[in-house]
Write a protein that binds this ligand. Structure first.
Ligand code: TRP
Length: 460
């Protein structure tokens, strides 16, 4: 069975694909935005602690469970942890479906803005076409929103259809190096702007006064989201991994790459904000920065912007695509393994189901007022915001908590050690330390933050 499931052709291929899953809109859009809203430095520090103490151990746990069992999250948890654990995998697959539903909508915008930028670069920029009103009009254009989400989903499905080595790995080998190259270019441009110093200070110097306690939950949720943890994405990718590769090394590389790219994106955004004194213009708007402020700047004020504009949206599209691929693969692998369906049929069926949810999200920005005004979680408005909040702040941390408990308390020491310790294991790795983190530190941290928020909510 392990043989017909497909596999990565090399470790580099696996690392690129897993890093592709992790690096996405979460890094480019959510991390800078959350860091900005939470006052910079201290939030970034809490985020880094979450990544190191919770993210890395769980990344290792997910990959090891996947490789050990060579199964999708439902089958993998059932086999590795115990018969009653299939539902944790099921919850993960459901979470993947939810995230995919709203993620494709923002991902689709990158296609539209890439096209717009090409027109501006070659046909001249028309003042006002990147303004707030034109963005609002774009959001409210239901048919266009649905078309873009469908296009992005179709692109994703096409790659997942190609399977592991020939589809996902091949795409990652092209998309990821391109993404790194573009990001370095943008970073160089940003660091030579006059506001770069202020941006670096804002990002890296902790200032307690601007931090809200709720920010800790957001940092934790963001760590899960950004690293693609808590829903079995890394179980799924790990399940296509051969026995020779070191899980620890691969996991560490993915975590480091993802974190560096999130920090780079934040520094880029903040340099632009400080240089052009945009601080008042961007508060309260999650996506405004990427789709309103930046395009206008590229064409009106930023030297070399004509050239960087289209490249920037290629970056967003590529980053999003390698993530939607991984989200769809989680759902598809579950349907293939658990239902015995063929890959082509599973891809078509899962994409169609996702499209149903995407349509609702695509219309929730104005085209369908009831969805746009929906209120459930305090401070959030609209279906899109609710799904994002539900997935990142509740489903992923809960899934992650279950996975740490499963790997730390329900799997034996022998079962995990045999996957982690071999000749390929890097010398710096201490199994005892990992086990301590996965048994005590990670679950307590997740539980404490969740508990604090639940209590906080009740009191408010
Ligand atoms: N990590 C991706 C990002 O940062 C989003 C993502 C892809 C994801 N696959 C996932 C999140 C699986 C959670 C689980 O944009």
């Amino acid at each position: 069975m392990a043989n017909d499931r497909g596999h990565w052709t090399s470790r580099a291929g696996f690392v690129l694909a897993a890093a592709g899953s992790a690096i996405g809109l979460g890094n480019l859009w959510k991390f800078p935005y959350l860091s900005w809203e939470n006052g910079g430095g201290l939030f970034v520090l809490v985020y880094l602690i979450c990544v190191a103490c919770v993210g890395l151990p769980i990344m290792v746990a997910e990959m090891l469970i996947g490789r050990k069992t060579q199964r999708n999250p439902v089958g993998a948890l059932r086999e590795a942890v115990g018969p009653g654990w299939g539902w944790v995998g099921g919850l993960g697959v459901f979470t993947g479906f939810v995230i995919l539903g709203y993620y494709t909508v923002v991902a689709g915008w990158s296609l539209q803005y890439f096209w717009k930028c090409l027109r501006w670069t070659f046909g001249g920029f028309v003042p006002g076409t990147a303004s707030g009103e034109s963005f609002e009009a774009f959001l409210g254009n239901g048919p266009l929103q649905v078309t873009l989400a469908a296009a992005f989903l179709a692109l994703t499905a096409w790659i997942v259809y190609g399977g592991i080595g020939g589809g996902i790995e091949r795409a990652s080998r092209i998309l990821m190096p391109a993404l790194f190259g573009i990001l370095v270019l943008l970073l160089l441009r940003a660091l030579t702007l006059p506001g770069a110093g202020q941006a670096l200070a804002f990002t890296f110097v902790p200032r307690p006064e601007s931090f809200r306690p709720l920010g800790a939950l957001e940092a934790l949720g963001q760590a899960f989201f950004s690293l693609s943890l808590g829903m079995g994405a890394m179980i799924t990718y790990g399940s296509y991994l051969g026995r020779r590769e070191s899980i620890v090394r691969s996991a560490a590389m993915v975590v480091v790459l993802d974190t560096l790219i999130a920090l780079a994106a934040a520094v880029i955004m903040f340099s632009v904000i400080f240089t052009f004194e945009l601080a008042d213009r961007i508060t309260g708007s999650t996506v405004g920065m990427l789709f309103m402020t930046l395009p206008e700047l590229f064409y009106t004020r930023l030297p070399f912007g004509q050239f960087l504009g289209p490249l920037f949206y290629v970056l967003v599209a590529f980053a999003a695509l390698t993530s939607t691929i991984s989200l769809l693969e989680v759902v598809v692998s579950c349907v293939i393994d658990e239902r015995g369906v063929s890959r082509p049929a599973a891809v078509v069926g899962c994409s169609a189901a996702t499209f149903g949810l995407s349509v609702l999200c695509a219309l929730s920005f104005g085209a369908w007022p009831a969805l746009a005004d929906l209120q459930l979680f305090a401070g959030k408005r609209g279906l899109f915001a609710h799904l994002d909040h539900l997935a990142a702040n509740w489903l992923l941390p809960c899934g992650g908590l279950a996975i740490t408990l499963g790997a730390g308390w329900f799997m034996t020491r022998e079962a995990t050690a045999s996957e982690l310790l071999d000749e390929a294991t890097p010398r710096w790795f201490s199994y005892g330390l990992w086990r301590f983190f996965i048994r005590y530190v990670a679950p307590l941290a997740v539980a404490a933050i969740l508990a604090a928020v639940v209590r906080g909510k009740d009191f408010s």
